[in-house]
Design a protein around this ligand. Sequence first.
Ligand code: SF4
Length: 249
Amino acid sequence: MTGSAIGRVHSVESMGTVDGPGIRFIVFMQGCLLRCQFCHNPDTWKIGTGTERTAQEVFYEAIQYKEFWDASGGGITVSGGEPLLHLDFLIDLFTLCKEAGVHTTIDSCGGCFSRSPKFIDKMDRLLAVTDLIMLDIKQINPAKHRELTTRPNAPILDFAHYLRDHEQPIWIRHVLIPTKTDDPQDLTDLNTFIETLPNVERVEVLPYHTMGVYKWKELGLEYPLEGINAPESPVVEMANELLGTAKYN
Ligand code: SF4
């Protein structure tokens, strides 16, 4: 029955404004395979925890905000953690959304993407009810990506190609971290990659910030980027320039 799939939800936010167009209901899923050094939600990492909720329950909670979505061009975004670890839940939730005329967005790192027939079958069903994917590309350089996230970036880049081949609209987001992701050569290489994707509708540079550091401390984890501050504005400008963000706005 549509709506009965269960996902493990970390939390929800009723009036988000930065995770997709307009005002959005954001569902943060529990579980992530990456271990990004800059993660501001390390409490979403652990797989198998979070609150078990059906897609229908979450949909009914969200739909109360429909008048805000209609007024602002908003909708529902599923973020994380990593949403793609919950494909059945997403398919059910977004099917209900499309039946109700609600705009649907996934905010993903793409790290668990695979070409296995089982995954692709679900992915295709999900894409049929997904309006937008916000894809984080954290580092285009494979070795630096592994250092920054503990995982390879090959599945993420392959996911971008898959979405291109399916003409799925995407926004690319790149967190700009001094000494980690602000090398002009890396940014130029990232731009070269993005230019191979005609399905990209927007590119955003997100300046690194330290607002999630307290969560690392609460979890008893050592924060790996201690001493690194937010990038200075000339560096942010350089990144915007090299990634050609202005041409998408
Ligand atoms: S992919 Fe997102 S949730 Fe997962 S570790 Fe990285 S920043 Fe955190």
